[in-house]
Write a protein that binds this ligand. Structure first.
Ligand code: OAA
Ligand code: MG
Length: 229
């Protein structure tokens, strides 16, 4: 391993593909709710694509200097199909860390998407490609390619720690991070919550949603309700 600030780790342990497949179709709010509403990125990191995007993959992490994408290029060459490259650019949006050319190359390598705590550019072309990109902002100002930066070390992205191999799920609502040690349990809990939410919607449609819990909660808090103003 090189010097701190320039470390590159070539590979990491990925979660079994059946677990990753299991998250396909599960929306980020459900996943976030079963993790105590804690492991979702800041709302500023959002899809630059047209509505309807949903992507799941293993995090390949990059920490860049906020103006530089050399290590993102290195990461693209190390990635395996299905990886999502998650980039900590310190939340700075003065320089785009990637654009359409990099998305074309990433797609050619089977990379599933990018998440950037920073800015990107070429928004329309990327959106037209349908390649999943989540970022804090968009700017025409380009990046340098000199370093420093690190690949596959623990990073912070959207105020959430991300380790190489964690599962990333991104959709129209934002990005959730599932720590790899919890991936199977969170999937099981997500499927249970998903079914419960579907049942609630069915009950609403049938006019049968039991609303007693609202008044029970207010009563338990000792809140008095007046009959009229
Ligand atoms: O110039 C860059 O490094 C980023 C960019 O716009 C592209 O990938 O198209
Ligand atoms: Mg470009």
């Amino acid at each position: 391993m090189g010097n701190i600030g320039y470390r590159v780790i070539n590979d990491f342990q990925r979660i079994e593909s059946n677990v990753i497949e299991g998250y396909k179709g599960i929306a980020t709010p459900v996943i976030g709710d079963v993790m105590g509403k804690m492991w979702v990125m800041n709302h500023l990191i959002k899809s630059i694509n047209s509505p309807g995007i949903h992507v799941v993959g293993s995090a390949l992490t990059v920490r860049t200097h906020p103006s530089d994408n050399l290590m993102v290029h290195k990461a693209m060459d190390l990635a395996k199909p299905g990886d999502i490259i998650v980039i900590d650019a310190s939340g700075d949006t003065q320089h785009a860390i990637l654009g359409e050319i990099m998305c074309h190359y990433a797609r050619s390598r089977g990379i599933a998407g990018f998440v950037v705590d920073g800015a990107v550019r070429d928004r329309l072309s990327i959106s037209n490609m349908g390649f999943p990109v989540f970022s804090k902002g968009v700017t025409p100002r380009g990046p340098y390619k000199e370093g420093p930066g690190e690949v596959n070390t623990v990073i912070s992205c959207g105020n959430v720690p991300v380790s190489p191999g964690d599962i990333i799920v991104g959709d129209d609502d934002g990005v959730a991070v599932i720590p790899k040690a919890d991936a199977e349990l969170v999937l099981t809990k997500s499927n249970i919550l998903l079914r419960q939410e579907e049942e609630i919607v069915q009950k609403i449609d049938q006019g049968q949603w039991d609303r007693r819990w609202v008044d029970q909660t207010l009563e338990a808090k000792g809140i008095e309700i007046k009959q009229k103003v």
